[in-house]
Design a protein around this ligand. Sequence first.
Ligand code: ADQ
Length: 471
Amino acid sequence: MIASNRLPVQVTVSDAGAIDLTPSAGGLVNALRGVATPFTWVGWPGAVVPAAAQAELADRLAADRLEPVFLEQADEAGFYGRICNDTIWPLFHDFVGRMSFTDAAWERYVDVNRRFAEQLAARSAHGARVWVHDFHLMLVPAALRELRPDLSIGFFLHIPFPSTEIFQLLPSREEVLLGLLGADQVGFHTSEYARHFRSSCLDVLGIDSGPDGIGHGGRVVGIGADPIGIDVAHFQDVLGRPETAAMVDELAARYRGQRLVLGVERLDYSKGVPQKLRAFERFLEDDPARAETTTLLQVLVPSRLESADYRELRAEIEQESARINGRFGRPGRTPVECLHRSVSPAELVALYRRADVMAVTPLRDGMNLVAQEFVLCQTAAPKLPGRARGVLLLSEFAGAAQVLPGALLVNPWDTADLAARLVEALELAPAERCRRLALMSGAVRRLAAPRWAEGCLDRLAQPEPVAGTRL
Ligand code: ADQ
């Protein structure tokens, strides 16, 4: 059984009650593709479904082994809108000042987690393996264990686990740790996050950890560092498509004679886009002639636009880009281009291929799959033009920095250094680019996603806790 906040489908229900299902992609969907063991996926279908339509929807989803958890608008507002987005996401990404917390919203979080646990308990076969994902469902392991002690329960956190000083600010810190300790195995992207979790268990609960894990309730909870990978086969497939080749040609013509610096992220303050723009401005200030030869293309997938904070962030990015273009551009030449939309797989892959520098500069990021996707698209498909030309500029605060040894590491808060690293990246000799990409390509292939999932699931099948991959 897999449990995550969202099912890998987007359900819409029309006013007349007609149900529409569209498959949705995402890191976890890609990571689970290719897992040999068949599984049932439990999660929210992405819309409030009227009671009259719930049975029909459940039947339709059951055909794909998907199991909906039906939530009301008020559940979503408190659980997802408040606790997930306004409490855990900012705190776990070290944005202490952005965190807010109310008891009423926390009660919704507790209630939704309990309902997920009840549904998993009702649907899981005796002794089944249940793998629970991410910060939305941190109370599920303990709630589920109470209902079904026979199950083998795993948990994976896709975002960072903050240092204990920051984690302790969470009013419900004990409940979160006890919730997670209900699992048999708790997985993180890096050993740093695993270490933070162990320290928090000691500081908040007084529970020390041994070499095998954390002793709790007569069991030992295994703690693992299991960095997630990407779906290599999917990207190789897209690289081989004719529409990708056409897009590669189109980009070659559009950016002829230009150095292309690329950014690709979901709109979020953790991704550090305003800081990246400031560094690019410094880069142009240091030598305004660069505005003629270098373009920063920032692709941003719209996200959480129902929140005023995210609308403000988008406005800030637009204003900054316009200001830089006003300062350094001229008619027919805009050094900063921003695309506020999702791009097709072929377009994304062709952009990765064309980029001279991939600027992945989050202020904090659990892993960051974009960095791995860039490396793969630069190094695979030998027959496609533009191979091995790019450099990865990577924030030291992304989990990816722990697994991609050939990246140029930067502190995204240090504007001058980020600008200097950009110059260094653009001037790196071709042989050095190749050497760095080859190093990273090996790492990306070793981390490839089915292995990540299979590894975590195998450990869940062991009778005794097993430490995860050591980094
Ligand atoms: P995210 O915060 O969503 O994931 P990331 O790992 O970068 O961050 O994944 C984003 C995905 O969206 C990538 O696969 C990328 O290709 C895609 N994408 C981004 N911009 C796009 C665009 N404009 N058009 C189309 N696709 C686009 C969370 C955590 C991460 C962690 C993952 C997986 O925050 O730290 O790496 O889960 O565990």
